[in-house]
Design a protein around this ligand. Sequence first.
Ligand SMILES: [Zn+2]
Length: 210
Amino acid sequence: MWDLIWPGECRVCEAPVAGILCHECGPLGIYRINRRITGIETAITSAPYSAPVGNAVKLAKYSRNRPLAAVLAKRFADQVSPILQNAPFNAIVPVPSHWRKRWHRGFEISALLAIELASVARRPVVHGLKSTGASNQAGIAGHQRHTTAMSRFRSRCIWRGGAVLLVDDVLTTGSTAEACAQELLGSGVSRVFLATLCAARPSETSVQIL
Ligand SMILES: [Zn+2]
């Protein structure tokens, strides 16, 4: 209420705004990710992983800004809501981070995204994966990153068919999503879809579909 009476500023670009995130620095729409990711049937995102939305995500994660992460998650759900309503998945699975990162940050942005998507899609969140290693993907070369990522996740449950919407904050090489999909499909999931808040190289990988 205070923000409506006395506007603050966007935490990313410092523009005057009611709240903590302006329109330009939040998720922008729905884009299909056209890149082939093994195991993923369809992938969507809501913004390119470049300034300003990418900056907002980095700020939320690396400055441990939970309120900003929560606003990003809410806006993400609002943007992708129209195509989630009748989408053929049964559960929403966040890409997990290692417990050390979760503990350091105090929250997990993929879990916040999953909770918001669950509320608009009316499907349950299932923490069906766990991270087995703390390897930092940033700064690792592509082929090494792929090898490292493929053994980073373990399924926490046995699935009896059913489709899953995998959720993460950022898509870069796609190797993390591929590793998660492989683990889920190996545990009995029949189909895996992917939704990420933003994705790298949008001009090559994404087409706005709404
Ligand atoms: Zn802004």
